[in-house]
Design a protein around this ligand. Structure first.
Ligand SMILES: [Zn+2]
Length: 224
């Protein structure tokens, strides 16, 4: 069976995490969210985990080569022999270059970069509509999952607020940063012929079906 070495790309609010979990179930691939595997390496006190911890304890960003090292450790394991799903890395061109060279060292290459494409307006609609309960963090959405009484949590009766992260100008700012960093990555993967765009405006089920069909076709083509 051919490997499915996948990178997931998409703006905040694109449903990338949800799709990553589905892919994990459908194709039995390990799902590596960068933050999670970094924390796991720190917890397990691997050599790279200890190195990463030094940066984190100082409040510094963990350097790309350390992150790529941690990713490489996971990819080299048996669980990732048929492939993996990487989420949250790479985010910049230098990170993509570091990942490519790490993959080369391991005798592997990326199979596809899946871009879940959602317009900025749709992201603002999705994230900006969230209302969070101030007491216990229960989340509602003015359009998709409205509370029975406006501004009041159905579960515990506390007041609902718009978190700072969900304010439209904050979302637009995050999106601007996302575009600035991600556009060169998209161009890079497009040039390498491995970019696959998925219309993220569809429902999560439809998005999942399209990704599945795309990857299944790919595997069949290779087996023929
Ligand atoms: Zn609540």
């Amino acid at each position: 069976m051919s490997e499915l070495n996948l990178v997931l790309l998409g703006p905040p609010g694109s449903g990338k995490g949800t799709q990553g979990e589905r892919l994990q179930e459908d194709f039995h691939l390990p799902y590596y969210a960068t933050g999670d595997i970094l924390r796991a390496a720190v917890r397990d006190e691997t050599e790279l985990g200890r190195e990463a911890k030094e940066y984190m304890d100082r409040g510094d960003l963990v350097p790309d080569e350390v992150i790529v090292g941690v990713i490489g450790e996971r990819i080299a394991q048996h669980e990732a022999a048929d492939g993996f799903i990487l989420d949250g890395f790479p985010r910049t061109t230098p990170q993509a270059e570091a990942l490519d060279s790490k993959m080369g060292e391991l005798g592997r290459e990326l199979t596809a970069a899946l871009l879940i494409d959602v317009t900025d307006d749709e992201v603002v609609r999705r994230l900006g509509g969230r209302r969070t309960c101030v007491k216990n963090g229960h989340v509602f959405h003015v359009e998709f999952d409205p509370p029975k009484n406006e501004g009041i949590c159905d579960v515990c009766g506390a007041r609902l607020e718009v978190r700072d992260d969900d304010k439209p100008d904050v979302i637009r700012h995050r999106l601007a940063t996302y575009h600035e960093k991600t556009e060169p990555l998209i161009a890079r993967y497009e040039e390498a012929g491995i970019l696959r765009r998925i219309d993220g405006s569809l429902t999560p089920d439809e998005v999942g079906d399209r990704i599945r069909a795309m990857l299944a076709t790919r595997r069949m083509e290779e087996e023929l």
